[in-house]
Design a binder for this molecule. Structure first.
Ligand code: FES
Length: 122
């Protein structure tokens, strides 16, 4: 593991993301408040640039007490939607809810003294 300095915290607006290239490894870094999430920018489906996909809240079925559908609604969790074929991944876990083998490769990210760092696997 090697720690790489990525940039000033101010360069990462809350709710936004950045793609960085570290010696050929593309990483998507997402900021949500004080929390950061980082994943290799490579979809486990066919290798698409997943971190550059749209981010939308998960859609879920709204069931009534009789288990009949009351339509669809947005849940709290945000999903990254791969731009190539639309596979979705939870922004906070990198996991696909339907297929356990579809999971984004997490890259450890941390903030120290106002600077963002990645721990790149060696
Ligand atoms: S490459 Fe990402 S959904 Fe197919």
């Amino acid at each position: 593991m090697s720690e790489i300095q990525i940039g000033d915290l101010k360069a990462f607006p809350d709710g936004d993301y950045r793609i960085v290239d570290v010696d050929g490894l593309e990483v998507g870094i997402f900021r949500r408040g004080k929390d950061f999430y980082a994943y290799e920018n490579r979809c486990p489906h066919y290798g698409g640039p997943v971190c550059q996909g749209k981010i939308l809240n998960r859609v879920e079925e709204n069931l009534g007490p009789d288990k009949a559908s009351r339509g669809l609604r947005f849940a709290a969790e945000e999903h990254i939607i791969c731009p190539w074929h639309g596979v979705e991944f939870d922004l906070k876990t990198g996991r696909n809810r339907g297929f356990a083998r579809y999971r984004l490769r997490p890259i450890p990210v941390k903030v120290r003294s106002g600077t963002v760092y990645l721990d790149i696997p060696g």
